[in-house]
Design a protein around this ligand. Structure first.
Ligand SMILES: Nc1ncnc2c1ncn2[C@@H]1O[C@H](COP(=O)(O)OP(=O)(O)OP(=O)(O)O)[C@@H](O)[C@H]1O
Length: 259
């Protein structure tokens, strides 16, 4: 039988690149939420399904697999509703849209928000030196009102001494997380969702798990000051950035709060 060559058009190349991008995004989301084994399992199942029903054309087994696939789509949506919500959120977030606009317009990033960031950075550095534990969540596009309601509403301007005071050991509000929203300290003593990721290093406790949890469920950035080591870390988009320097902390906060 003569070989037949299929000519790839530009549309096909874009199609392949988009599928690769979607697979990569899914892989990253699953990895950050600790469901990477499920992702591998689904991939293995798809490969077996394609071999059985398309390549070998086994009709009986193929029809069973076809049925499983049609039900499987609904099962996947139910199982991964959090990951799907996070994916759609990251696609539609103001940050992604603005980056895209900047890319096309060649517009420079604004240097806004430094006066709001520096008190947070300075407070974190002081708390780090004194080994005072802290958990600060910076709201972005996803509203954190429900989380803020689990603590005490403060609604104060961002102030270094106020932040340090709240997290000072034995202060009534030192337990739990502080929420920063619309350039204000909105609430303190808030309860965050805890991440169930199994790959979190054992030495990181509940404060770090809670920070990772909120970064998986929303687009917020969470800053952690460790009471044990004084280390400053950030949980963002389901990933940890551990043991940050003052410059790294400032840079990440500036990037995250840029409009
Ligand atoms: N779900 C949660 N939401 C908000 N804050 C939480 C949550 N769970 C724990 N915390 C905070 O974390 C503190 C416990 O921290 P723990 O020692 O377990 O964490 P850690 O990650 O090891 O941090 P550290 O290095 O500071 O010890 C609690 O006192 C509380 O303030």
């Amino acid at each position: 039988m003569p070989f037949s060559f299929t000519i790839l058009t530009i549309k096909d190349v874009i199609d392949i690149l988009l599928v690769a991008f979607l697979l990569y995004k899914t892989y990253k989301l699953m990895k950050s939420s600790g469901s990477i084994n499920v992702f591998t399992g689904i991939l293995v199942f798809i490969v077996i399904w394609v071999i059985v029903s398309q390549v070998l054309q086994m009709r009986l087994l193929g029809s069973i697999f076809d049925k499983l696939v049609s039900v499987g789509v609904i099962a996947i949506i139910v199982l991964f509703q959090d990951e799907i919500r996070h994916f759609l959120l990251s696609l539609g977030s103001r940050h992604s849209t603005n980056s895209l606009l900047r890319f096309f317009k060649g517009k420079q990033k604004s240097d806004g928000g430094k006066e709001d960031i520096m008190p947070i950075v300075m407070a974190c550095l002081n708390m780090s030196k004194g080994k005072v534990g802290a958990l600060i969540v910076m709201e972005r596009d996803f509203p954190l009102d429900d989380i803020a309601r689990t603590g005490d509403i403060i609604d104060a301007s961002i102030n270094q001494r106020l932040i340090e005071n709240i997290f000072f050991k034995n202060s009534p509000l030192h337990d739990g997380a502080m929420i920063i929203s619309h350039k204000r300290i909105e609430a303190a003593g808030c309860i965050l969702p805890v991440s169930h990721n199994l790959n979190i290093p054992k030495e990181l406790g509940l404060r770090h798990r809670a920070a990772l949890g909120i970064s998986q469920e929303t687009d917020a950035m969470a800053i952690i000051v460790s009471e044990e080591t004084g280390g400053i870390s950030i949980a963002y988009q389901g990933e940890f950035h551990l043991r940050l320097s003052a410059e790294e902390l400032e840079r990440m906060l500036t990037e995250a709060t840029m409009q």
